[in-house]
Design a protein around this ligand. Structure first.
Ligand code: NAG
Ligand code: NAG
Ligand code: NAG
Ligand code: NAG
Ligand code: CU
Length: 168
């Protein structure tokens, strides 16, 4: 009798775990890491430190009013002339920018002189493969299993281990 109850409980809990894990695959990147968004950081090298995929989030942290973050076109990024080519403006001091599209994103600070001073960067956002079963992994070619797949399989195994401990 008790065994049966445990069985009914276990399955939904596993499903919830799996959907949480899938959601957790998108990353939040604090622009500038611990330095945040300010005049002392070289953002072109910061932007090369990571690979960004669709669904990831950029977080710009700064004192409101001292800086801002504009998404702009590539030519506006190059010239720092924001009289045109502004795609989106973020000015709250704690801006979360969801990278919804697989494309190149360009960001600048529009406070006078900051863009030319280095508060600008571009990133190339790649399409993500967030669901495990969207495309079968070619079995003949194990080399094509990405590090990401191995990493998430590891997580799933880990979660299973915890669940089995909790419910057995
Ligand atoms: C980003 O992707 C490139 C090419 O796939 C890879 O060589 C590099 O190690 C990755 N960098 C990080 C930080 O994951
Ligand atoms: C990304 O998509 C979400 C949900 O559809 C939307 O709320 C948000 O405004 C979009 N962000 C951008 C930068 O387009
Ligand atoms: C961007 O900065 C320039 C120069 O400081 C300013 O004139 C302009 O109004 C700003 N643009 C926006 C949309 O705030
Ligand atoms: C995502 O999957 C597609 C095909 O399913 C593949 O071409 C692409 O390289 C994959 N991207 C990554 C980042 O693994
Ligand atoms: Cu600034």
């Amino acid at each position: 009798m008790e065994d049966k109850i445990v069985c009914y409980v276990r399955f939904p809990v596993i499903l919830i775990w799996f959907s949480l894990l899938n959601g957790a695959v998108s990353e939040v990147y604090n622009v500038g890491d611990e330095n945040g968004w300010n005049s002392e950081v070289d953002y072109s090298s910061w932007s090369e430190r990571y690979n960004f995929t669709v669904g990831d989030v950029l977080e710009f942290k700064y004192s409101k009013g001292q800086h801002n973050a504009f998404e702009v076109t590539e030519s506006t990024y190059r010239t720092c002339d924001t009289s045109s080519g502004v795609l989106a403006k973020y000015e709250s001091g704690e801006d979360e920018v969801k990278l919804n599209a697989s494309k190149k994103y360009w960001f600048v600070c529009n406070v006078s002189g900051h863009c030319l001073g280095g508060m600008r960067f571009g990133i190339d956002v790649k399409p993500g493969n967030t669901t495990m079963n969207s495309e079968p992994i070619p079995s003949a070619n194990s080399g094509s299993i990405s590090a990401f797949h191995r990493w998430s399989l590891g997580l799933y195994t880990f979660a299973f281990g915890i669940l089995l401990n909790l419910f057995s």
